[in-house]
Write a protein that binds this ligand. Structure first.
Ligand code: FE
Length: 309
């Protein structure tokens, strides 16, 4: 078989037909994208002389592992790539400042309890083994003006690297909260220091990573959605400094601006303020939001998410 069989007139004719180019109905952009994707698949089959059995094995693998497609997007760098493109578009448009974005991942759950100013995120079930965390900061615009009533949605793993809802052993919304900023634009939560985690053992993502000699570990991190009227929705994370995988994240989400220092505090007025006696970890992290240029800028991306409320 010739390496460039996909470029022959017969195959190009097939590609035109299968992508609906000779049909008046349908969407022109969709036709072009389908032609590109299927054509690239044909070219890949040519280049690597993919056998029938290999093709069907791959299709079967994807079908059986489809519930992890969100993790595939993270592990194969597609989520990171979309962020890189968005960063490049911002740079080209002269948009500077603002807290950097990074990937969402597939584990957000809507409907977490909402309070103003402060929330405790953990249910106390790991009091005997977890380090207490007080995370606090301010939400501002890019000129430094505090944004009162901004929405800070926070979700994180427990000390086993598991997320409530997906881990049914945890209480509902454990380590998931929404805090609206106070009059000074401040938010604060009492939580626990999360630990990193890996792709589900035996899952389809791990299988791909094993096959290409990669690990599936994420460093410890905390996820955020931050939003405010007339400002651009921010999807980001902070990393817990010192994690062994800090700069070796399987999802490529670590960014230098998103690694705040962790202060280990014996006791302080800050602890007393939030009902913590004794030592705790403190992270201060502020968010700077860019102005929205269109209504859609104020919304998160439209990926499928768990809606429980
Ligand atoms: Fe995560």
């Amino acid at each position: 078989m010739t390496v460039n069989f996909a470029s022959t007139p017969e195959v190009q004719n097939l590609l035109a037909k299968l992508s609906g180019q000779d049909q008046s109905g349908g969407d022109a952009r969709m036709k072009a994208i389908v032609r590109r994707i299927v054509g690239d698949l044909f070219a890949t089959i040519d280049e690597f002389n993919v056998s029938d059995d290999e093709f069907w094995a791959a299709l079967n693998y994807a079908s059986a592992g489809a519930q992890e497609f969100g993790l595939w997007a993270a592990g194969l760098g597609v989520e990171r790539y979309l962020d890189m493109r968005a960063d490049a578009a911002d740079a080209a448009a002269g948009i500077t400042g603002g807290t950097p974005r990074t990937i969402e991942g597939p584990l957000y759950v809507a409907g977490a309890p909402e309070t103003t100013g402060f929330a405790r995120m953990d249910d106390g079930s790991e009091d005997d083994k977890a380090e207490i965390l007080i995370l606090h900061g301010q939400v501002r615009d890019v000129n430094g003006t505090p944004l009162a009533g901004a929405k800070v949605e926070i979700w994180q793993a427990n000390t086993l690297g598991n997320y409530s809802y997906f881990d049914k052993s945890q209480s509902d919304y454990n380590l998931r909260r929404t805090v609206l900023t106070d009059a000074e634009g401040r938010y604060a939560v009492r939580s626990i220091v999360p630990v990193g985690y890996a792709c589900p053992p035996g899952g389809s993502t791990e299988g791909i990573l094993d096959a290409i000699g990669r690990h599936g570990n994420r460093p410890a991190h905390i996820h955020f959605f931050v939003s405010a009227d007339d400002h651009r929705h921010l999807t980001t994370q902070i990393n817990i400094d010192g994690d062994p995988y800090l700069h070796d994240d399987f999802a490529y989400a670590t960014r230098d601006e998103l690694i705040p220092p962790v202060n280990h505090v014996e006791n302080s007025n800050l602890g007393t303020k939030y009902g913590v006696e004794g030592p705790f970890a403190e992270i201060e992290f502020d968010f700077d939001l860019n102005p929205a240029k269109a209504a859609s800028d104020e919304e998160a991306s439209s990926r499928a998410r768990v809606l429980t409320a």
